[in-house]
Write a new protein. Sequence first.
Length: 389
Amino acid sequence: MTTKKHHVDTKLGHLGLSPETNFGIPNPPIYRTSTILSSSMAQHRGDLPKAYTYGRSGTPTSASFENAVASIYQADTCISTCSGLSAISTAILSAIRSGEHALFPDSLYGSSRRFVTTLLSDLGVEVTFYPPRCNSGIKEYFMENTRLLYLESPGSLTFELQDLPSMTMLAKKHNIITICDNTWGTALHYPVLELGADIVVEAATKYIAGHSDVNLGIAAANGLQGIKLKKTARNFGICAGPEDLYLGLRGLRTMRLRLEQSAANGLMLAQSLTNHPLVLDVLHPALDSSPDHELYKRDFSGSCGLFGFVLPETISQERLDKAVEGMNIFAIGDSWGGYESLIKQAHIDSKLRQFTPEHSPGHLIRVYAGIEHGPDLQTDLFQMLNALD
Ligand SMILES: Cc1ncc(COP(=O)(O)O)c(C=O)c1O
């Protein structure tokens, strides 16, 4: 059995397992159920204790996964949901009410932004977007009724880091709850709860599950925020499917290896792109040349395989399409955090940003470096760039 003292990598190999109650079999069974029987009427009434009451409200399968994630975040509560987006919307709705004001970074993940600008606003929450690099300037955005400060560091598509410790400290002073989307940093590289966030959300779809075959989300918190998370998820009837929870738990076993290989490939590619004559900017906080590098060194213990770069707008769309379609390993697609490398073009318009992003204007390309052999990825990416020359 692992204890609090063990390194997180040791914990990843053991959390959520109980072979002693499972015929010596290391991996837990998958409990598929809605009904959970009671042994007496008194137990069914709730007069006697019962570990699990109804499938939607929790099973040993959801508990194994949630307890494992709570443990790596050192949180007392974790909820699991059917997607990263549902973890985000549940966490937000656990922390804010009609008539209150919420702050979101302009670099917010697109589907989170849609939730915020449609449903959340329709519910009567006042929403303001702030420049992602405003850091301690965030206090200028606080209003009397501000109750939520949301962070995503780095931001989606444009990869700006945020000074999470100072922003969350300022928020605390003003009685404002903070939530951070930590899908990029993960519990292994960016301990956002320790750094001051009240609630962490992650698309477990990405590095936790890690094989591009699962949609899963987590939100974790301590104390009252954890209780509110649980209550909100329960009232919405949110629950993840048992197979997906099992795959999430299984993903944790190899997450460190996959994450480090993907991150190393991503950083190697990003570094090599900085020397390419066609590339205007490389957006990766772990690069020395990044304006966020000091924050990265201070708060992160590693990166991941996702980053962006900018190509001149003088390259025609037709040429770019052809070059990308000619790649051998990188496939064109959304999502990331799986084993396979992906590439896509990001289109940032006024629906996605209020403030103009700081990078050079041009074609914004998002790269996800998977866990393949790095030099093969580099050859593929550079062949694509050479086809543009
Ligand atoms: C930063 C970030 N957060 C959340 C999500 C949403 O996750 P899911 O696709 O599991 O809903 C994504 C998906 O791409 C993402 O990139």
